[in-house]
Design a protein around this ligand. Structure first.
Ligand code: ADP
Length: 164
């Protein structure tokens, strides 16, 4: 079975992430969304359990997409679950450079793991979890950018009562 991991912080999962996972699940027999428990460079808003639960609900309609959390090196996680490929999404701007550097490092450590990058869809080019949190924190409309249960969770975190 050709398994791919789709690793990231997913703090929280957005419509941009879901778009990539759904497109990938048409190419691979199984896609495992891998949620880093403790990304070093991020100030997380949601706990691992919350991020996993939101992602699981978001992809519940896709039987070949799974969600797992992991610690440590992403390449080791891939090896553990038997994945041959690692999926990432590329938006306009800085994503390519970052992914390229990471890919070079990973290739040295895990030569059998192939990186497969998907171009972000036009409508999600400017969607990022960090901007989304900023907008939600200021009471901005986020309904188009995340599934309803994620919008509700964001509003709850920021104690916001408006609907969009
Ligand atoms: P990380 O901490 O690894 O950057 P993220 O949760 O921010 O984790 O992103 C996970 C992956 O999804 C990355 O490859 C990122 O480039 C990609 N991604 C994030 N937002 C989008 C989007 N709107 N469209 C497509 N890909 C995206």
């Amino acid at each position: 079975m050709t398994i791919a991991i789709y690793p990231g912080s997913f703090d929280p999962i957005t419509s941009g992430h879901i778009d990539i996972a759904v497109r990938a699940c048409k190419l691979f027999e199984k896609v495992i969304i891998g949620i880093y428990e403790t990304p070093v460079d991020k100030n997380l808003l949601f706990s691992t359990e919350e991020r996993v639960a939101m992602a699981k609900k978001a992809v519940a309609g896709y039987p070949n997409i799974e969600v797992q959390s992991y610690k440590g090196l992403t390449g080791e996680f891939a090896r553990r679950v038997g994945a041959r490929a690692m999926i990432r999404g590329l938006r306009m701007g800085g994503d390519f450079e970052r992914e390229f550097n990471m890919a070079m490092m990973n290739k040295k450590m895990f030569p059998d793991l192939e990186l497969v990058c998907f171009m972000a869809s036009v409508e999600y080019q400017f969607v990022s979890s960090s901007l989304l949190k900023e907008a939600a924190g200021l009471g901005g409309g986020i309904n188009q950018l995340v599934p309803p249960h994620v919008a509700t969770a964001l509003r709850k975190k920021y104690k916001i009562t408006n609907s969009d």
